[in-house]
Ligand binder design. Structure first.
Ligand code: AMP
Length: 431
């Protein structure tokens, strides 16, 4: 089925053509005609399914008539993260190049006064994170009684991030006439309650059940015993073995994101970190470099990376098994997008066992095992430290050996032997 039958205007059909899309994705096929008819929508779809265009395209047509008034946006799109909000703005730029619609982005970490200026001029499409929007509303910079279309994207992520009360507050300020479009990858009870309250007789569409991972992704599980040093060795081995084009490495905690990123850089990989502690400008710059191909590896936390639209990621690595099984689907969904093929690896040691059991139960399938050579599983760092404590070697090791294992720079840099303490070298001195 081509885009021609969805009811979109000629202008949009040519924008879609310019974007290189040949046919609508399932969520676009299902939701665009009903959205154009003015129906409320509940779309259960994960990222990577083309859901941004599913709401952006009909909105451009719906808003093509009419004019925006100062501080009274005509439509509102709520996104859980700044990056997602910025991506939606890019979509409007891309698909709306033929239209005269004005967009404003209200996200934290960027110029507040500049945002007020834009609002003053009047905007057709306001894209916001809930916190920053409420901030502006409390200062009287923006009023929602002119909103004709509301989009709540990634509703389940909003829940994870504690935004549901904010969404409720915002929804209550809209008039009864508003057309609401809600999208969520999963439907936990809190999201169900929200949609039951605010959607009027919605058309419901589900494009892939939450446990289903895209068929374009080859999944691999790497099970082994070992500490963090071994885990990083395994990660580097896989990166080298796979000849990756680019990759996202997910870690469960920010602390690990930082350690893994630092370690990869020490080993000469082109990597950078992405997590919630970083300033917005740095996050956007990092993302831009990754999209441009200037940066090959992004080490990320779930919150920072959820829903990011980065086309053509060849590999996803789960450095840890995610604590929340649903995050697995989202993480590996960064690759194999829009019909392209991708590869995902999940590393699991004894420390991940509990989460791995939960994940396999959730997925209700096995993930094929991928073997790594035994030598990769030897803790080279400890071995070197042990060797350096043997008296015969201690003499030589006063000078760094030129024969040291260059494949593990972490060791050569950090495990400088400490002489004269016998077996009782405190761990922190060996780091
Ligand atoms: P999304 O799920 O909105 O994050 O979109 C995922 C990716 O699919 C984006 O890179 C879009 O540009 C791309 N995309 C959206 N619609 C289509 C389509 N009909 N055909 C091919 N690619 C698409």
């Amino acid at each position: 089925m081509s885009f021609d039958y969805l009811g979109l205007s000629e202008q949009l059909l040519s924008a879609v053509k310019d974007a290189g899309y040949e046919e609508p994705t399932p969520i676009q096929k299902k939701t665009i005609p009903s959205t154009l008819q003015g129906r409320d929508i509940l779309g259960i779809a994960q990222t990577g399914t083309g859901k941004t265009a599913a709401f952006t395209l009909p909105m451009i047509d719906i808003l093509s008539q009419g004019r925006a008034r100062a501080r009274m946006p005509r439509s509102l799109i709520l996104e859980p993260t700044r990056e997602l909000a910025a991506q939606v703005e890019e979509s409007f730029d891309k698909y709306g190049s033929h239209s005269k619609l004005t967009c404003a982005l209200l996200i934290g970490g960027t110029d507040f006064a500049g945002q007020v200026k834009k609002l003053d001029k009047g905007v057709d499409v306001l894209i916001a994170t809930p916190g920053r929007l409420l901030d502006h509303m409390e200062r009287g910079n923006v009023m929602l009684n002119g909103v004709e279309v509301l989009v709540v994207d990634e509703a389940d992520r909003m829940l994870d991030m504690g935004f549901i009360p904010d969404i409720e507050r915002i929804c209550k300020m809209l008039t009864k006439k508003v057309q609401s479009l809600f999208f969520s990858a999963t439907m936990p009870p809190e999201v169900k309650k929200l949609t039951d309250t605010f959607l009027k007789d919605p058309k419901e569409f589900e494009v892939s059940p939450p446990t289903q991972t895209a068929t374009t992704i080859t999944e691999n599980l790497v099970r082994f015993k070992g500490n963090d040093t071994v885990k990083r060795q395994v990660l580097r081995h896989l990166i080298n073995e796979q000849g990756i084009k680019n990759a996202i490495i997910f870690c469960n905690r920010k602390k690990e994101v930082k350690v893994v990123n630092k370690s990869l850089n020490v080993h000469g990989y082109s990597a950078a970190e992405l997590h919630g502690d970083l300033h917005q400008d740095i996050r956007m710059e990092t993302l831009g470099r990754f999209k441009d191909g200037d940066l090959k590896i992004l080490v990320a936390s779930d919150v920072a990376a959820r829903g990011l639209d980065i086309p053509d990621v060849s590999h996803v690595f789960n450095y840890d098994v995610p604590n929340n099984p649903e995050d697995y689907v989202h993480r590996i969904g960064r690759t194999g997008r829009a019909g392209k093929s991708g590869t995902a690896f999940t590393l699991s040691t004894q420390a991940d066992k509990k989460y791995l059991d939960a994940l396999l139960k959730f997925l209700d399938k096995k993930i094929p095992l991928h073997k790594v050579p035994d030598e990769i599983l030897e803790d080279r760092k400890s071995k070197r430290a042990e060797k350096s404590q043997k008296p015969a070697k201690q003499k030589k090791s006063a000078k760094p050996s030129s024969k040291s294992d260059s494949s593990d720079k972490e060791n050569t840099n950090n495990a400088t032997p400490i002489i004269g303490m016998g077996d009782h070298v405190p761990d922190f001195l060996n780091r």
